[in-house]
Write a protein that binds this ligand. Structure first.
Ligand SMILES: NC(=O)c1ccc[n+]([C@@H]2O[C@H](COP(=O)([O-])OP(=O)(O)OC[C@H]3O[C@@H](n4cnc5c(N)ncnc54)[C@H](OP(=O)(O)O)[C@@H]3O)[C@@H](O)[C@H]2O)c1
Length: 242
């Protein structure tokens, strides 16, 4: 897909990886709907940076747990820009929970934000495509999606289902829409990384370092530019998933 002039909705675009994706798309001439939940000032600064790059952007607030807010997110983009070509589902939560400690609220939060919201955003995106319009969806998953794991049960299950959703949607929405997923490895430490887990992890990775948001942006751009890749899960992990 030629990116200049296209319109993208990026969820969780006020901070960290989502922010980098929004700015990376804008640098290619994409107009961006910058979704945020609580990071209002950060989202506005992303909009300001995009405008400084010479592109256009709009910040839209929504709690992705509220299903009724999902279709209007897509519609806000259509109202402002007339079409929506790209959806990047990046917003997610990542909270601990073993088989014994996961309670119903932890389970429901992960399923709502990390799985249900992407599903209904994809649905709204597909429903609003014009006849013959090409589209791209990129779901930000995690390498954990394809590995057994014990410490982040609900997170891992939701991301596994997001990958399954990606593959099913690639079948359901082709040939007009390509649907792919990214599996980041250690890109940015969690805000509470007090024991410097990231630093210690780097030594154990095949490429001996953690990654950067720019490497996620490059992978997103690769998927969006491709006209022949769909249903793919692209690992950007430095080999951690091996
Ligand atoms: N960081 C990594 O190294 C890493 C590794 C593997 C996979 N990933 C995946 O990459 C993506 C981005 O990761 P990240 O570390 O940059 O994320 P993050 O810092 O945890 O940010 C989470 C984002 O999700 C949004 N969000 C949280 N709860 C929400 C809700 N109820 N409604 C709407 N939005 C909500 C937040 O919005 P507000 O800030 O506006 O509230 C924020 O933008 C995620 O899908 C994550 O699973 C990241």
């Amino acid at each position: 897909m030629e990116l200049a002039g296209k319109v993208a909705l990026v969820t969780g675009a006020g901070v960290r990886i989502g922010r980098a994706i929004a700015l990376g798309l804008a640098a290619e001439g994409v107009r961006v709907i910058v979704h945020y939940h609580s990071s209002s000032a950060q989202a506005q600064s992303v909009v300001d940076e995009i405008q400084a790059l010479g592109s256009e952007a709009l910040a839209v607030q929504a709690d992705l747990r509220e299903t009724a807010r999902l279709a209007p997110l897509v519609e806000a983009g259509l109202a402002r820009f007339g079409h929506l070509d790209i959806l990047v589902n990046s917003a997610a939560i990542f909270e601990r929970g073993t088989i014994l400690s996961t309670d119903q609220e932890n389970w429901a939060r992960h399923m709502d934000i990390n799985l249900k919201a992407p599903f209904f955003l994809c649905q709204a995106f597909a429903r609003n495509l014009q006849p013959g319009q090409r589209g791209h969806i990129v779901n930000i998953a995690d390498w954990r999606a394809e590995r057994p794991g014990t410490q982040y049960m609900a997170y891992t299950l939701a991301k596994s289902a997001l990958v399954a959703l990606t593959r099913s949607l690639a079948l359901a929405l082709g040939p007009d829409v390509q649907v792919n997923a990214l599996a980041p490895g250690a890109i940015l430490p969690p805000p509470d990384d007090a024991d410097r887990y990231f630093e210690r992890l780097a030594e154990r990775l095949p490429l001996k370092r953690t990654g950067s948001p720019d490497e996620i942006v490059a992978a997103v751009l690769y998927l969006l530019r491709s006209d022949f890749v769909t249903g793919e899960l692209l690992h950007v992990t430095g080999g951690e998933h091996l």
